[in-house]
Structures are given as C-alpha cells and as structure tokens.
Ligand binder design. Structure first.
Ligand SMILES: [Zn+2]
Length: 182
C-alpha cells in the first residue's frame, strides 16, 4: 500500500500511538489503513456421491484442480458467497449448504470457510476462471493435481467423515508449505 485511499497522500508505515504494531498511516488525513485477514468461502458440491471440482484457468495454480471458492464480497453472507462462487466457477446451483470446516492460513493472511453442499441438478459448465469442471468419485480425485493444500485437507476430511459416518465441524490450521511440494 503506497498512497492513502482517502486523500492520496503517500503513506507512512509506523506504529500509531496506542497501538502495538506498525500500520500504514496517512499523516495528512490521519486515517490508519488497517490490513486484516481475508475470508475465503467455498464448498464441496456433491451429486450422487461424486464431488464437483474445477480446473483453474487463472494463476496462481492454473491447470490444477480445486473446489469452488473465493473471497467473500461486501454485503453477502458466507453461504451466499459460497453459492455464488460455485455458480460463477462451475455454473453449479447449490442447495443444503452446511458448514463443514474452517482453516486458518496465517502465512497468506486468509481464513477459509468450507461448506458441504448438494447440487440442485448435475448441469454444470466451466465459468471464466475454469478450464473444465467435472464430477469425481473418491478414487478418481486427482490428488497430485490439486491446486492448494487447503483443498487437499478439505477433501481428506470430507471422505474420512463419510467413511466413518461422522458429521462434525472441523477447525484446522494449514502450515506454510511450498505449492510444488504438498
Ligand atoms: Zn489520507
């Protein structure tokens, strides 16, 4: 962040009085530009036991498979955001969204909230951020071609719960790891 979004003055990175960490501060209009973690909302869309995945057409991780997910927008609830992302990325109409897992990813300053969800119908198509979309049985999941560690962790927990007949909410942390290694 270089300039004040309110008045255009170049920003200074310093600890404001009464605070305990440095922030981008505007010395002209005195605005403190706080930066806080972003919330990503996504889903595990299911149709007759198979899971909908999208192959990314955009960086980072273009060409890799992911669950539909993206940043929550202002003015929307977390379930609305997850449903919107599924519609945008895969043309998928979700129903029966149930919170499934929340992951802290402190090294990228994100929190991800993932929902279980059913599809209203199996008609899906690749949105602008997807090369293709498809339904996968557990055995067919492209484990070595997944886009992000959080996607792998979500799918592992989902199938583990399904095998054991569990239905509980998960809270986890994603450790820093190179995307080429996980
Ligand atoms: Zn300013």
């Amino acid at each position: 962040m270089n300039y004040c979004s309110r008045c255009g003055t170049p920003l200074v990175y310093r600890t404001p009085s009464g605070d305990n960490r440095p922030r981008f501060v505007c010395e002209t209009c005195r605005t403190v530009h706080y930066e806080n973690p972003k919330l990503v909302v996504g889903s595990i869309p299911e149709w007759q036991g198979r899971i909908l995945l999208c192959r990314r057409s955009i960086d980072p991780r273009s060409g890799k498979w992911t669950l539909p997910a993206g940043f929550l927008e202002n003015g929307e609830t977390v379930s609305q955001g997850a449903a919107r992302e599924a519609l945008e990325e895969a043309g998928a109409r979700l129903t029966d969204l149930v919170p499934f897992a929340m992951f802290n990813i402190p090294y990228v300053n994100q929190v991800h909230l993932m929902f279980r969800a059913k599809l209203e119908d199996p008609h899906v198509w690749a949105g602008p951020e997807s090369l293709e979309v498809g339904f996968f049985e557990e055995e067919g999941i492209p484990w070595n071609e997944l886009a992000f560690p959080v996607v792998k962790e979500t799918l592992k927990l989902f199938f583990l719960d399904r095998d054991r007949g569990f239905r509980c909410f998960h809270l986890g942390d994603i450790p820093p790891i190179s995307l080429d290694e996980f």
